[in-house]
Design a protein around this ligand. Structure first.
Ligand SMILES: [Zn+2]
Length: 75
């Protein structure tokens, strides 16, 4: 009968320990939204900042749209 209680206490402590370990990981993901994590780049033609995923890269320079890329190459 006593072993049943010892097992129950150990099980509860194990659950609390696991919850304590999992909590900081969840907090980190909430503190860093995707838009802050993503790098911002500057358009070489107009100078507007925009996310790197939306930019057009050529020869180490970033552009906000294909039109600005073409205009920059013409000059
Ligand atoms: Zn631009």
């Amino acid at each position: 009968m006593i072993f049943k209680w010892i097992f129950l206490i150990v099980f509860i402590l194990l659950v609390f320990w696991l919850l304590k370990r999992l909590k900081p990981k969840q907090k980190l993901s909430y503190d860093m939204p995707a838009e802050i994590v993503e790098d911002m780049v500057r358009c070489a033609y107009c100078g507007v900042h925009h996310p790197q995923s939306e930019s057009i890269s050529e020869n180490g320079q970033n552009f906000c749209c294909t039109r600005h890329q073409q205009l920059h190459l013409q000059h």
